[in-house]
Design a protein around this ligand. Structure first.
Ligand code: TXD
Length: 307
């Protein structure tokens, strides 16, 4: 039997995550959505792509959480997406109700599952799912850092006309305007990016990374980004369900790491079958530490709104 991965919310991010995972041919997938027929239809459509794409992934979809029973990993993408002009934080009240309900439903069927949270506002929703699930803080993990880092890496790569694979970077902190791109560890083949890109250009890239989600929202006009977000969510699922022990920037509640406590933030973590097995502490510059502190404050303000 293959590990079972469930995805709640069969919208843009959920369905595209399912497609990416189906194509890995490593897991069985269950999709749940509150809209009748949506998850079932997408699961069927994805299953029918198997013969062409060459996968045997078993896919089921529906509105009933019974199909999620015994999941190793559950990805929660259910909620409302941002509309143009709307901040991630505006979403908090509506999405807190949805994520709280979904978390308790999935925990009843899969008490051992590792939860990957995608719904915005990301850090607050991860905190909420952690509280509702009663799980250990290393088993409720938010997706944001991989996405923010991917945006940063793609902009650095195109600035230098080099493959994205050659750009190493970390974007830490909260998933919002306060995110913290680590200029100090961003490098191309070991050469620090500060030596390759003039500082005003680098600052423009950092700002574009901070505005990365909004840039896509503005272009799309309805809905928000989902190709890069689903790629990031799928990478986390793969690292966990296939026990890759990969170090990736993810959001967890910090309890002393990076000098911060009681706040969910993005930090580099090692992911494996039991969730986070290690928090990696990168040496920060003084400025980066101050930015982490400011980011924590911004996350605390949003999280304080939670019921
Ligand atoms: O970096 C990140 N973490 C993010 C977060 C990157 C991209 C998107 N991000 C957030 O994920 C976004 O702001 C939203 O809060 C979620 C989902 O985004 P998506 O683009 O997939 O939104 P859709 O297409 O509207 O899909 C949401 C689905 C939709 O099909 C609803 O019917 C369903 O969620 N939904 C529910 N499913 C189950 N149960 C309940 N209660 C429910 N409510 C809505």
């Amino acid at each position: 039997m293959r590990p079972k991965v469930s995805i709640v919310g069969a919208g843009n991010v959920g369905a595209t995550t399912a497609q990416r995972l189906a194509e890995m041919d490593l897991f069985d997938l269950a999709l749940v959505d509150v809209v009748d027929g949506l998850a079932a239809g997408k699961a069927l459509d994805l299953a029918e792509a198997g013969p062409v794409r060459g996968y045997d992934t078993k896919l089921v979809g529906g509105t009933d959480y019974g199909i999620t029973e015994g999941s190793s990993v559950v990805v929660i993408t259910s909620g409302l997406a941002r509309k143009p002009g709307m901040s991630r934080d505006d979403l908090i009240t509506a999405n807190a109700r949805i994520v709280g309900e979904v978390t308790s439903q999935v925990m009843q069927r899969s008490p051992q599952a590792i939860l990957v949270i995608v719904t915005n506002p990301l850090d607050a929703m991860t905190e909420l799912a952690l509280r509702v699930s009663g799980r250990d803080r290393f088993q409720v993990i938010g997706m944001a850092g991989i996405l923010d880092t991917a945006r940063f890496r793609s902009f650095v790569a195109s600035e230098l006309d080099v493959s994205v694979r050659s750009v190493e970077a970390y974007v830490l902190g909260g998933h919002g305007d306060s995110m913290v791109p680590l200029r100090g560890v961003t490098s191309v083949a070991g050469v620090p990016v500060g030596r390759l890109i003039p500082s005003d250009r680098l600052e423009a890239i950092v700002q574009r990374t901070r505005d990365g989600g909004a840039e896509v929202v503005k272009l799309l006009k309805t809905g928000s980004a989902f190709y890069a977000p689903s790629a990031a969510a799928a990478q986390m699922v793969e690292a966990i369900a296939a026990n890759r022990r990969q170090v990736l920037p993810c959001a967890i509640r910090l309890e002393g790491e990076y000098g911060l406590s009681g706040v969910v933030m993005g930090v580099p973590v090692k992911l494996g079958s039991s969730g986070v097995t290690e928090v990696v502490e990168v040496a920060l510059t003084e400025e980066e530490s101050a930015e982490m502190e400011r980011s924590a404050q911004a996350v605390r303000e949003v999280t304080a709104v939670l019921p």
